[in-house]
Design a protein around this ligand. Sequence first.
Ligand code: TXA
Ligand code: MG
Length: 313
Amino acid sequence: MTDLDTLLLGHADLAKAAKMLQSGQLVAFPTETVYGLGADARNGTAVAAIYAAKGRPSFNPLIVHVASMEKAEALAHFDHDARALAQAFWPGPLSLVLPLKDGHGLSSLVTAGLDTVAIRMPAQPLARDLLALADCPVAAPSANPSGQISPTTAAHVLAGLSGRIDAVLDDGPCDVGVESTIVATIPVRLLRPGGLPVEALNAALGSPIAEDTNPDTPSAPGQLVSHYAPNARVALNQTDGAFMLGFGAIDGQLNLSPSGDLHEAAANLFAMLRQMDGLASDTDTIHVAPIPTTGLGLAINDRLTRAAAPRSG
Ligand code: TXA
Ligand code: MG
């Protein structure tokens, strides 16, 4: 691994960031969910560098980010359901896993050799501008070392990947705070709960979506059990403890949302897990208050369950 100086870029450097992507460099950028680690998805060398910087297993495919429906349709086939979901929720925190189209031009490393591709059109304004300017499909996993807590600020990105990536584009903290909801089609099914609540999907589809989120037989290959892991241990559904992360009336050193608001809790989740990890030692246990499983609570509980899972090492 070469040691790089990682540039910290802002709004004024948008054109530079887009040029860096076009020339095969790795640029982390904000989305409304989490910061992504971007590379030109057609450039196999650049995509390989994403896997190397993250220490990510190459069987775990990446999400491709696009600026427009036209760009998405150049990559994949949209059936009736996929089109309806894209129309309802793009741009936004939804990724769709769709059959690849002939002549898509993506590096096979992006899809890990599958015949499908995960596509997302983010809503974050700077991300949209960057994608439009770069004018290429941008592969971007969350911008953190594989298995660790996802980044919701540029400082989080630098804490994990400084010296391993070319630049990070800073636009402050992410609004949503948990990764996109992933939906596959043919048949429609939920692969990962995320920033788009499942209730909204169900309303758009007119019936409850099937779930395919079993971590033992993951259809989203990245849905491994231990993930989002802080150094300290994590225990869920607790009401007190020395390292207590509260929610609502169940308070702690930090509280995800004193008013019990799940949007606020999602936006605070990864930053507060990092903060608690800074307070606790590796042998301590962070206790987390019960969180409802409705709305964004489903994604919050999914991430916390993985953070609490036994580590593979
Ligand atoms: O919000 C997000 O989704 C963020 C931002 C940066 O867009 N990205 C993100 O990427 O969370 P990542 O790599 O951390 O998670 C992508 C997930 C993995 O679980 C991967 O296995 C799954 O998407 N995935 C990608 N392509 C797939 C495919 N063709 N079929 C099934 N799952 C796929
Ligand atoms: Mg990730």
